[in-house]
Write a protein of this length. Sequence first.
Lengths: 174, 116
Amino acid sequence: METDAGLSGRTPSPTPQEALAALAEAERIRASTTALSATPWPLWFTIALTIYLAALPLVYGGVVAEDSWLLPHATWWTVLMAMIAVFMASFAAAARSWRQRTGVALRLDVLPKRATVPLMIGAPVLVVGSAWAFRFTGQVWWVVVASAVGAAVSVGFHLAFVRLHGRGTHERAA
Amino acid sequence: MTARKPADPAAGGFDNLVHAPNRLRICALLDTAGEAEFGVVQEQLGLSASVLSKHAGALMDAGYVEQRKAVRDTRQRVWLRLTRRGREAYHGHLAALRAIIGQGPDAEPPPPAVRG
């Protein structure tokens, strides 16, 4: 039974068994809340994010290309700026809808650091590095491979969230 | 409003206010979620609105939890979050519990309890 001793005075120290039970309960709540925080993005935004990550190396490659590649530089710049603006607007809408659906704050640290830290470092390196490699070598496959990797990372992270969310849901149901 | 000081210095990080089972669960949820809507906390913890209000109120009086009101679908929703002080109290309390069972403060948490 819940007591209010904590509001009015000291409670006796818990026994090791009680302390263990309290820690286990806190861990259970943490696990189920992590699963809720890992609710995947809506499908429309996952598709938009995948397209964005696939297009970014190609468009940035066009921006930094030494000579005009397929389109004039100014057009690549316009496409890049428009793409970023549309993505930011989509992200804001998806984040708002996600928060309303889940009822918890959007956290970007739900997945383990061993997965997110390489992404935070690798994604900019991939986009910028492949575009400049394209510029210096003239080999278009640099940006094509970067585009494929970007799309694969987006799908991979979505599946990781689906798995983490599903695992927590199953544990709650068990 | 002056926040009361429920932690007992003699007991290290052990916090009488946080130790009550439902308040510990509320703190565990808010610590993980960052911020959560009142209805979601209720649903996740299986508490009635009145019980959750009572315990959230106690945590707010202590300065451990703060609330934010937001309108959604023409209805006002309350969002709860741990304050910095609340987060410190909660983590200090977990460390004290680990000390009681003989684990160091940075030890891995025990496996979750199985609900009957």
